[in-house]
Design a protein around this ligand. Structure first.
Ligand code: URA
Ligand code: ZN
Length: 374
């Protein structure tokens, strides 16, 4: 943002490293990349809902998806000082168990090396070898902790295949807490196709992206709350994509349903020691600002606190459909929402939001001057 003097840190920004792109090109089922004759241009198809005629099968995949120089160009164009890059969905969820460790190690090393090419400008969230099982996941977390530019991990909502309320995940959450690596929780799977009805094909990507993604995140994190993850791993830190889906808006209703549930009461789950949804929002949850409106952003700020909301872009997704070369409307809309939600000062909103990165021990980094990340 012109005139901003404090650093702007984008914590929601993706890459598909070249080796991942090659993997996708070798595949014929989701996720895959291929051209659809007569057109020769390559298309990226990652969501079940976009593997249809109406969505022209996925989206065009250009250099901005894998070329780090394009990321830096985008950052410069939008006055972003630092990006914390993450592999985009569906990560390594689909990799066969026996290939998971190798794939995670090589992708994480590749991303870490790329960050090293732009010191002080790029950090990253790593990717876990989820299909490889608990032991190898915990090992990769230990390795990530020692990779210079890693500041957390990106995670989808399926976990080991049974969702994030799976007790089998507790040692993994514990390892992340101990390593002070926050989880960046990001949706991918949406809701079952039947929810969208018979005419879903007439509506492009809108329903799965605008509603499926945020509801998926909301459900995943609510299941974590209900299963007691945040009591069992009390210092676990999560950054929720898209301002937590609908969690800030629904927190009161979720809380009320919990307090009025006879089954939970009979099971002794409502007593002292239970963390409320509001407490979890303020202690364990950070929200990104990728919600495109003042209304949503104000809810996020009210729910988690101004110091727990962080700037994001979702680059390279949501590029302008028409004109090329200018600023992206998706980014400008978020800047305007932040400015509107936080009030008067021109630079304060971005500063307030982006500066919060340094509050994570796990996000601390040596800057060229030896100081903290921001
Ligand atoms: N679409 C995706 O598949 N992923 C994103 O992160 C954003 C849009
Ligand atoms: Zn994203």
């Amino acid at each position: 943002m012109a005139g901003t003097t404090s650093p702007v840190v984008d914590i929601h920004t993706h890459v598909y490293p070249p080796s991942y792109i090659e993997l996708l090109k070798s595949r014929t089922s989701i996720p895959y990349i291929r051209s659809f004759p007569p057109s020769e241009s390559l298309r990226l198809v990652i969501l079940p809902a976009e593997d249809t005629e109406s969505t022209s099968r996925g989206r065009p995949v250009g250099a901005e998806y894998y070329d780090i120089n394009k990321k830096i160009e985008f950052m410069d164009k939008h006055d972003i000082t630092i990006s914390v890059i993450s592999l985009a969905n569906p990560w390594l969820d689909w990799v066969p168990a026996e290939e998971a460790v190798k794939a995670a190690e090589s992708i994480n090393n590749e991303v870490n090396e790329v960050c090293g090419k732009f010191p002080g400008r790029l950090f990253a969230f790593g990717t876990l070898p989820l299909s490889g099982g608990k032991e190898v996941i915990v090992k990769e977390i230990a390795r990530l902790k020692d990779l210079k530019y890693m500041r957390g991990i990106i995670l989808g909502t399926t976990g080991l295949g049974k969702g994030l309320d799976d007790p089998e995940l507790l040692p993994i959450f514990q390892a992340l807490q101990d390593a002070k690596l926050p989880i960046f929780l990001h949706p991918h799977y949406g809701l079952p196709g039947s929810v969208w009805g018979e005419r879903a094909n007439d509506y492009g990507h809108v329903l799965p992206l605008a509603l499926g993604f945020p509801l998926e995140t909301t459900i995943a994190v609510t299941r974590m709350i209900l299963s007691g993850v945040f009591e069992k791993v009390p210092e676990l830190q999560m950054i929720l994509a898209h301002s937590g889906g609908t969690l800030p808006f629904l927190a009161g209703r979720i809380e009320s349903c919990i307090e009025h549930d006879a089954y939970l009461k009979a099971e002794g789950k409502l007593g002292k020691g239970r963390k409320t949804v509001w407490e979890i929002l303020k202690k364990n949850i950070y929200l990104d600002a990728v919600v495109y409106s003042e209304v949503g952003l104000k809810a996020a700020i009210q729910a988690s606190g101004e110091d727990r909301v962080m700037f994001g872009t979702d680059h390279p997704f949501f590029p302008p459909l028409d004109e090329e070369g200018g600023k992206w409307a998706s980014v400008e809309t978020n800047y305007a929402a932040i400015k509107g939600a936080l009030g008067s000062g021109t630079s304060a909103p971005i500063q307030n939001i982006s500066d919060e990165l340094h509050q994570f021990d796990g996000l601390k980094a040596a800057s060229p001057s030896g100081g903290a990340l921001v």
